[in-house]
Write a protein that binds this ligand. Structure first.
Ligand code: ATP
Ligand code: MG
Length: 816
């Protein structure tokens, strides 16, 4: 049971005046006689042999000090009353156990201090306050009464003191240390400073200091009991040193805490100021405005339930953050992304087939097969609106209109059109985004494009899916698969959004230059549509109907100012471009228009309409870029015109063979693959075996005394594939026979050692390339005749085909 505090005797101040000051007005001063006189009188007297004992809780008093006490316990009040009516003297002794309410004789320390009650006040609650002037230290002897209060025999215990230099030094040390302590401790009054420096008696000094310190009762008691002043000073100086250290440590901690608090307060203060300034400037509570705006946007974004939940969660997190927090920006950006996505915005499909047909025709020449396919798609959608659309894949050389077809499909359907390129993408997160924990994280390219599209059902073109790579950063192809596959793309998950987005209404169109490099699983899911490149005639049409009008307009000209004649366009096609598509053609036409624009702008007054003839085109475009090379190259025997297939369409190449005196070695150079090297070996063996027929004039051992060098000058593209055997055999035959190869003839085909001509691939592309190079006849393997038949008549133009079973057939056509 906790003791009532007032039951005991506690100090209520160090200065007797304090006592008076603290007394509330309700307290009446009962005895106003001159108590000081009584004290003075009692001090002169010798101590009686026995005195009433006043137990002290948790405190020790010292001789020669004034101690104020609050006395509440009944037996103690009685004691005080009795003492006051007699000699006014009592003994104050500390109790060993502060929790005891009425300590008995055994519970008290043996040494206490005798004192004279100098003053007493009665408090209305019945307790009294007394002020006791401590006199001498006494030891308690036998207790002669315990009722109504303790009375014990006493014996004075005087100090033992030996003057010495050490004592002097200790005294000064104690004085100095205590001064320092006073400076640092607020509860010690400044006056103590003066008192301490003025006391010369070491014993009194000890008493004064020990009484003022807040140290444990045990320690205080030990200081009281120490009779040897030297020893007491030493103990005190140790205690003081320790206290000082504790105080200094405390001060250090305090100042750290203080500076932390000050920093926080400073920030708070600055922030408040900022707010005030913003208010003043009319930007008040921008942050709240921002949050409100975000809330509105979330409201309007038409989010599906799962996204809405996420958005609300993030918004409430945002509200709790200060705008300066890094997290704040991250969340705000995230919410912006979330609300900008077309979760529900959708365009209505225009399913009018007539209209679609018109749009497609207006944008593109020919390409019948593709236009048909698109119309079929529309028809199916009309009949069964929720059928999953096909994923088209346009495969073909650059500039044949893959991208622009996609655009016009979008236009025909009335859908938005978005295009991304995944060429060179090796990192899966390009497609799927980075998790939000990364700095600067963003959604992947799919989600970004959808945001740009602004509807959830655009025509979405993914270019160059044949050029995606794979490395340690993951497999973009499998992410792509997830995007395209109708069975999983209704819940496409972007790492950044961390929410599923429904892609099932997007119409995907992919494009590629080559079919082979498209990853297998992707290839399985797309519907391949081949675009193979245009013939000269087709290019002419495309130029007249689309490219020329477009470029005239783009360069700020009018139809009345410029006109392209057919021969002019033809000259541009043949002499300045060599490509499967029409991109460079468009560029060259653009150059012509630009130059004319320059002329018109530079001349004053109205010039007459510029007419672009072949001659004018050459003047404007400068040195021709492409020659009909075949004619020039085949002027010497030993050079044959071959045809190769490359990803950018077909290409014409020249096989050169020369001989020099030697020992029958074969050297092969040029950018050739292994297969082509083998073709060269086979061709050489064939020609060696038929030397007598091919070149009757040559000696039989001609090959033994000559080295042969076969060279295929490098184009940009490494050539491989078994299709140059015929050209090599023809070149070698031309070399040994000395007959030139017809410059109008190009050839493709593989040979066996016995001279059989084997079929090859890419006949159509090769034919187009031959045509572009101005070739008139193509020698092709007889077994490719079917492929040639499939090429529409108009695409072949004036090109003739000679089908060879045997290398002999080829030689007959090629050599002259
Ligand atoms: N049949 C055509 N009719 C009209 N214009 C065409 C036709 N084919 C191509 N073009 C025009 O040629 C230009 C190049 O086409 P586009 O950019 O679509 O090529 P691409 O096949 O996507 O090439 P790449 O593989 O390099 O991306 C465009 O301006 C396009 O309008
Ligand atoms: Mg393109």
């Amino acid at each position: 049971m906790p003791a009532e505090r007032d039951d005991f005797h506690e100090p209520i101040g160090t200065d007797p005046e304090d006592l008076i000051d603290e007394v509330p007005s309700a307290i009446q001063i009962v005895e106003s006689e001159d108590l000081e006189d009584a004290v003075r009188a009692s001090q002169g007297r010798p101590l009686p042999s026995a005195l009433p004992v006043l137990p002290l809780r948790d405190m020790v008093t010292y001789p020669d000090t004034l101690t104020p006490l609050a006395v509440g316990q009944e037996r103690s009040i009685k004691l005080v009353n009795d003492v006051l009516s007699g000699e006014r003297t009592l003994v104050m002794v500390a109790s060993r156990d502060p929790s005891l309410d009425e300590p008995g004789p055994g519970d008290l320390y043996d040494v206490g201090v005798a004192g004279v009650v100098a003053r007493m006040l009665k408090v209305p609650d019945g307790s009294v306050r007394i002020l006791v002037q401590g006199t001498e230290r006494v030891r308690l002897g036998e207790f002669i009464a315990e009722e109504p209060y303790l009375v014990a025999r006493i014996e004075e215990v005087p100090d033992r003191i030996e003057e010495s230099q050490e004592l002097e030094a200790l005294t000064r040390n104690v004085q100095r240390t205590f001064s320092e302590i006073i400076e640092q401790i607020p509860y010690l009054p400044e006056e103590l400073q003066l008192a301490v420096t003025n006391i010369e008696d070491p014993s009194a000094l000890c008493h004064l200091i020990a009484g003022a310190l807040r140290i444990s009762t045990g320690e205080k008691q030990r200081l009281l009991e120490e009779v040897d002043v030297g020893k007491r000073l030493r103990s005190l100086s140790e205690i003081l040193a320790r206290e000082l250290e504790v105080i200094q440590l405390g001060t250090k901690i305090q100042s750290q805490v203080q500076s932390e608090i000050e920093k926080g307060q400073r920030e708070y203060y600055l922030r408040e100021q900022l707010k005030a300034i913003q208010d003043e400037l009319g930007e008040g509570d921008e942050r709240q405005a921002e949050i409100n705006e975000l809330r509105e946007r979330i409201e309007e974004a038409g989010l599906p339930e799962h996204a809405r939940k996420q958005a609300d969660r993030e918004l409430s997190r945002l509200e709790k953050l200060p705008p300066a927090a890094a997290e704040y920006g991250v969340i705000r950006t995230y919410l912006e992304w979330l609300t900008e996505l077309p979760w529900s915005a959708e365009s209505d499909d225009n399913l009018d087939i007539e209209h679609a047909r018109e749009v497609l025709d207006a944008d593109h020449y020919d390409l019948e097969q593709i236009k048909e396919r698109i119309l079929e798609y529309l028809a199916v959608r009309k009949l069964k609106p929720d059928s999953p659309g096909p994923i088209l894949c346009f495969v073909g050389p650059p500039g044949v209109g893959k991208t622009s077809l996609g655009r016009s499909i979008g236009r025909a359907l009335g859908r938005e059109f978005e295009r991304i390129s995944v060429g060179g993408v090796r990192d899966e997160s390009e497609i799927r985004g980075h998790r939000r924990t990364y700095i600067g994280a963003m959604p992947g390219t799919i989600i970004r494009a959808l945001r740009d599209a602004g509807t959830r059902n655009p025509v979405f073109m993914i270019d160059e899916i044949d050029k995606m790579g794979t490395d340690f950063r993951g497999d973009p192809a499998s992410a792509m698969l997830e995007v395209l596959d109708p069975s999983q793309n209704d819940s496409f998950r972007d790492h950044y959004l961390d929410l599923s987005f429904d892609l099932s209404d997007v119409m995907f169109i992919t494009t590629a230059n080559m079919l082979e490099p498209i990853p297998g699983p992707l290839r399985d899911r797309v519907e391949v549509i081949q675009l193979s490149g245009y013939t000269l005639d087709e290019k002419l049409h495309i130029a007249k109907r689309y490219l020329v009008p477009r470029q005239i307009e783009a360069n700020g000209l009018k139809g009345s100012q410029i006109e392209f004649a057919d021969p002019g366009i033809r000259a541009i096609i043949e002499e300045y471009t060599r490509e499967a598509g029409v991109r460079n053609l468009e560029r060259e036409i653009g150059t012509v228009c630009r130059k004319i624009a320059r002329e018109i702008a530079g001349s004053k007054g109205k010039g007459k309409r510029a007419r672009i003839s072949a001659k004018r085109a050459r003047e404007l475009l400068g040195r021709r870029k492409y020659f009909a090379e075949a004619r020039r190259r085949t002027r010497e025997p030993g050079v044959a015109t071959g045809l190769a297939w490359t990803p950018t369409g077909g290409e014409v190449l020249f096989v050169e063979a020369t001989a020099m005196p030697g020992s029958g070695k074969l050297t092969i150079t040029g950018q050739l693959g292994d297969v082509m090297r083998e073709s060269a070996q086979a061709a050489l063996s064939y020609v060696r075996g038929h030397l007598a027929e091919l070149a009757p004039d040559r000696p039989d051992d001609w090959f033994a005394n000559n080295d042969v060098h076969v060279h295929v000058p490098a184009g940009a593209v490494p050539k491989d594939g078994p299709s140059a055997g015929v050209a090599m055999a023809v070149a070698l035959s031309s070399l040994v026979s000395g007959k030139r190869v017809d410059s109008d003839v190009a050839m493709t085909g593989e040979i066996t050692l016995t001279g059989q001509v084997l079929p090859v691939g890419g006949v159509k592309e090769k034919s187009l390339a031959a045509q572009r190079a101005g070739i008139k006849r193509v020698i092709a393997p007889a077994r490719n005749e079917g492929d040639v038949d499939e090429i529409p008549e108009h695409e072949l133009g004036e090109l003739e085909f000679v089908f060879a079973e045997q290398i002999g057939d080829a030689l007959e056509t090629a050599l002259r």
